[in-house]
Design a protein around this ligand. Structure first.
Ligand SMILES: [Ca+2]
Ligand SMILES: [Ca+2]
Ligand SMILES: [Ca+2]
Length: 171
């Protein structure tokens, strides 16, 4: 496992703890889903529903796979184990990545304009300067990036063996 991967995962834990009580629980994912959907006012209901469902699946997977003391919540200590067996999360991360990127592409042309990208990433809680750096690293053309590039970037973010990737700019 790369130290960069551990840092990326630790950062996500802090953001996904949306109510800030130091532990992940179902409420955090409902809150986060609401914030993210709100940041995509031009998207249709199907895309918003897909995003909410992806957040729910994300939470269900985490609590199923990582809640080792069985209290219905995921502590940081429980959570970091996710980098040890990424194969258990690949499908869920893939669904999440597709739903998030689709939310940024309401007209379905496969491209995401910078303001849409920034709005969604800010809703998740990433820092504005880091979001801009990431957008640039995704090699925009005409200030737009490819949906596929973002999906791949999200998957790389969670890959324990990756370092020196655009996603490291978020940490
Ligand atoms: Ca929490
Ligand atoms: Ca637990
Ligand atoms: Ca588009």
């Amino acid at each position: 496992m790369r130290t960069e991967a551990t840092k990326r995962v630790a950062h996500v834990f802090s953001l996904f703890d949306a109510n800030g009580n130091g532990i992940l629980e179902a409420d955090d994912f409902d809150l986060m889903a609401g914030n993210v959907v709100e940041a995509a006012p031009d998207s249709d209901e199907a895309a918003k529903d897909a995003m909410r469902a992806a957040f729910r699946q994300y939470w269900t997977t985490l609590v199923t796979e990582l809640d080792t003391n069985d209290d219905g919540k995921v502590s940081y200590e429980e959570y970091v184990a996710c980098v040890l067996s990424p194969e258990r999360f690949d499908t869920t991360i893939g669904v999440f990545a597709e739903a998030l990127a689709a939310l940024g592409d309401p007209d379905g042309d496969g491209l995401i304009e910078r303001p849409r990208f920034v709005a969604l990433m800010r809703a998740i809680g990433f820092q504005p300067a880091n979001i801009d750096a990431l957008f640039e690293a995704f090699d925009p053309s005409d200030d737009r990036i490819q949906v596929a590039t973002w999906v791949a970037g999200i998957k790389d973010y969670y890959a324990p063996d990756k370092a020196g990737i655009p996603g490291d700019l978020l940490v």
